[in-house]
Design a protein around this ligand. Structure first.
Ligand SMILES: NC(=O)c1ccc[n+]([C@@H]2O[C@H](COP(=O)([O-])OP(=O)(O)OC[C@H]3O[C@@H](n4cnc5c(N)ncnc54)[C@H](O)[C@@H]3O)[C@@H](O)[C@H]2O)c1
Ligand SMILES: Nc1ncnc2c1ncn2[C@@H]1O[C@H](COP(=O)(O)OP(=O)(O)OP(=O)(O)O)[C@@H](O)[C@H]1O
Length: 353
């Protein structure tokens, strides 16, 4: 379907992204597509939830981001609320989530408009907490030392969704990368009992506990020693950060196996971060349960994804020194041939020639 309305998220600190935004507006004018700038950075009065941003932008069906992974996450937060698609144009440092090189923005928009693109659905995470989240007094000032003003605390889902006592409060939020429970103050670790699929796994005293999606498996979860998951996998990846115990392994849970944590009595305050943004604080006695959100993120792909090529490229993977004298191996396996044996037909492999 052609683009009906475009929401534009721009990394204002990058001259090339700002210039590309002008090209996008010109493309929209040429194609009679309404274009709405979405200010996801704004001051304290203008930082809104994804749902409010989507409404203020007139519910775009395509959110285009011009920036790095952070800019993509900010735009995706708006897109996922409405089931809109998101396309990331790369003007950043890592560019794991962005799809299109900066100089190909017009060609990419043409392809989307002509319906020549593909869509990839990424599982997102949401959570229930024992009580509505709140932010401690003075936090807003501290957050200004970081990436700018805080997002609002997530609202509870409408009451009709809530079955009542004991199940806590369902929060109206969708994480693309991760939900992180981390220590709020540097000298007080989090102490949490962790449950997978409703069963106690272990109690941890740690700097943080990460619950990541496959998308987030290359972000904080990776830095904490977690595994890399294909974006095609729907799973919850639980990884403790610096746990003070011998068992520090990741546990990968299925999409119907929630990961929950009870904050233990002697724990320090626990910051709840969603995709890197602090959204509230839990205290001893509180709990949080993380599970798949109802809406997946719809990511525009210009062609078949080469996730593993991107992995090799973005993480600058180098081959073992012991293989240095070998001839460079072929880029693909198996060598492409015209006909694929029957038993390989259903598998995702590089296209045959
Ligand atoms: N130690 C760490 O690596 C660490 C610590 C805190 C948060 N984070 C991550 O930062 C994310 C927020 O990203 P941001 O750009 O707004 O803040 P940021 O700039 O602090 O991000 C940190 C880095 O993570 C990269 N990144 C983000 N999502 C990624 C993904 N899915 N795969 C690979 N790399 C990814 C970014 O490009 C950036 O280089 C959080 O969701 C969390 O996963 C990482
Ligand atoms: N329009 C804007 N107004 C105010 N601040 C902005 C604007 N655009 C970007 N910024 C600031 O730029 C920074 C964006 O950093 P962030 O790391 O999220 O970008 P990114 O897209 O991930 O790019 P990179 O890959 O270079 O990190 C934030 O500090 C944000 O406040």
């Amino acid at each position: 379907m052609p683009v009906q309305r475009l929401g534009l998220v721009v990394h204002g600190g990058r001259a090339d992204a700002v210039a590309a935004a002008d090209a996008v507006r010109a493309w929209c004018a040429d194609h009679a597509v309404p274009c709405h700038d979405i200010d996801v950075w704004g001051g304290p009065e203008s930082r809104h939830s994804g749902r409010q941003e989507a409404e203020a932008a007139g519910h775009p069906d395509l959110v285009l981001t011009l920036g790095g992974d952070g800019t993509f996450l900010r735009g995706a937060r708006v897109a996922v609320r409405d089931g809109a698609r998101v396309l990331g144009v790369d003007f950043g440092h890592v560019g794991f989530l962005t799809e299109v090189p900066g100089d190909q923005v017009r060609a990419a928009l043409d392809a989307v408009h002509r319906d020549e693109t593909q869509e990839e659905q990424r599982m997102t995470l949401t959570l229930r907490t024992s009580r509505a989240l709140s932010m401690p007094r003075g936090m807003a000032g501290l957050l200004r030392l970081g990436r700018g003003p805080a997002l609002p605390v997530p609202s509870p889902m409408p009451p009709e969704e809530d079955p009542g006592d004991g199940w806590g409060v369902a929060l109206d939020v969708a994480a693309i990368n991760d939900v992180v429970l981390e220590k709020l103050v540097r000298d007080r670790q989090v102490a949490i009992a962790v449950y997978v699929s409703g069963r106690l796994l272990a109690s941890y005293s740690a700097d943080a506990a990460i619950v990541a999606t496959a998308t987030g498996s290359t972000a904080y979860s990776f830095a904490a020693g977690g595994p890399i998951l294909s974006p095609r996998v729907n799973a919850l990846v639980f990884t403790p950060v610096a746990p003070h115990m011998a068992f520090d392994r990741t546990v990968v849970a299925g999409p119907d196996e929630p990961v929950a944590a009870r904050v233990l009595p002697h724990s320090g305050p626990v910051a709840v971060s969603i995709d890197g943004q602090l959204r509230g604080v839990l205290e001893p006695g509180d709990w949080a349960g993380v599970y798949p959100a109802r809406t997946p993120l719809r990511v525009v792909r210009l062609g078949p994804t080469d996730f593993y090529g991107r992995l090799r490229d973005r993480f600058s993977l180098s081959d073992a020194p012991a293989t240095r004298n070998e001839a460079a191996p072929p880029e693909t396996f198996p060598a492409p041939g015209p006909d694929r044996p029957d038993d390989l037909r259903g598998l995702r492999l590089p296209p045959s020639e």
